[in-house]
Design a protein around this ligand. Structure first.
Ligand code: SF4
Length: 374
């Protein structure tokens, strides 16, 4: 891979500014925000792929992680109305759901002895559900599958449930940890820049609050992931700003495991008119994320959001993780127009997907401890 990078650097027609960025990557130096903007504006896919893959292979070789997981979406009733959201319903509206604790436990029961290592729990911000409600839910989940890792609640859900319980952020997170919360997913980040956030999700937790919640979680020993919902009304500058905020926080805490860019999908929401990005833009975005976020150990392609084939391609553009089996347990992306209406892959499917592009599949737990190699 180093050879491809050297060949690239010696190409006569290579833009001098892009060459500077490539030299930084080869030297293992951090690139600046200006460099990242330059990559978004000028760099073609092949160039980005060589740089991002060089970094990916330095960090992980051919190893490509996945896990055995399922989702629980307790409700799609939400007090907010984000413009990009295809999932949200109001109480009593057609298509709204709110599972009882018993219904949730029945779902968990069905995964007993199946080898799943993680349950991912996110949903709408239900006006009547508080921290103790969800705490009790987690406690009971762990009585059914004691060693399951609970990765739950976006910063937006946490903000509401902790405020409703009249606790400080730190005390709220500590209480949730006691109840069984093991880590946070990365949702609710959307685009941090206030010019965009104001237009697409003005009512909910601000960017500063999202970052503070994750910082506080890290400080009490709860690791987390980070996301960026991109490809709607933001431009490259806003994406670089978002990545930079994440990189700064990661420098401070080291508590993020993985970065997950989430492509905006246009069905059934009020931003549909802006359309969707092409596969090439999606791959460019993975590559630039990998190059810029030098302090994030992992870059994940969440396959239900982009489809299996682009997820497979992304493994040559900096991605080292393709999420999990999912088992048709999430509706968020299928309601937004993703190709896969019933997202589900077996371990064999995931192993084949990775091996087909000559990478090495590794089953991991949420914290990237190795469970199985193939
Ligand atoms: S994105 Fe989340 S917070 Fe926003 S409306 Fe949808 S469910 Fe609610």
């Amino acid at each position: 891979m180093e050879q491809s990078l050297l060949t690239l650097l010696n190409a006569k027609q290579l833009d001098v500014d892009l060459k500077d960025v490539a030299l930084k990557v080869l030297a293992g130096e951090r690139i600046s925000e200006e460099n990242a903007l330059l990559l978004y504006e000028k760099a073609e896919l092949g160039f980005l792929g060589i740089l991002a893959n060089y970094i990916r292979e330095q960090k992980h070789g051919d190893t490509t992680y996945f896990n055995k997981n399922f989702h629980i979406e307790p409700t799609n009733i939400c007090i907010y109305s984000c413009k990009f959201c295809s999932y949200v319903r109001k109480i009593g509206e057609e298509g709204a759901w709110e599972y009882s604790i018993d219904e949730i436990l029945k779902i968990v029961e069905s995964y007993k002895n199946t080898g799943v290592s993680e349950v991912h729990i996110v949903g709408g911000v239900h006006p009547k559900r508080d921290l103790d409600y969800y705490g009790n839910m987690m406690q009971q989940i762990k009585t059914i599958i004691p060693d399951i890792h609970i990765k739950a609640f976006t910063a937006v859900e946490l903000d509401y449930m902790i405020r409703k319980s009249r606790l400080s952020l730190k005390d709220g997170l500590l209480k949730l940890k006691e109840y069984g919360l093991d880590s946070l997913p990365g949702g609710g980040a959307e685009i941090f820049h206030p010019d965009i956030r104001k237009q697409v999700c003005d009512e909910k937790a601000s960017s500063d609050l999202w970052l503070t919640i994750h910082e506080t979680a890290h400080s009490v020993g709860i690791p987390s992931n980070a996301t960026m919902l991109y490809g709607h009304i933001e431009n490259y500058f806003h994406r670089v700003h978002h990545l930079s905020e994440l990189r700064k926080l990661q420098d401070k805490t080291g508590g993020f495991n993985t970065f997950i860019p989430l492509k905006y999908r246009k069905e059934n929401n009020t931003l549909s008119h802006v359309g969707e990005l092409t596969a090439i833009e999606v791959l460019r975005n993975y590559a630039i994320s990998r190059i810029f976020l030098d302090n994030f150990p992992h870059l994940k392609a969440y396959w239900p959001s982009i489809g299996k084939e682009i997820a497979q391609l992304s493994l040559s553009f900096g991605v080292d993780d393709i999420d999990g089996t999912i088992d048709d347990s999430t509706k968020i992306y299928s309601m937004a127009g993703a190709e896969d209406k019933n997202p589900k892959m077996t371990t064999d499917d995931l192993v084949r997907l990775v091996k087909d592009v000559k990478r090495k599949p590794v089953e991991r737990d949420t914290l990237y401890n190795i469970i199985n190699t193939f």
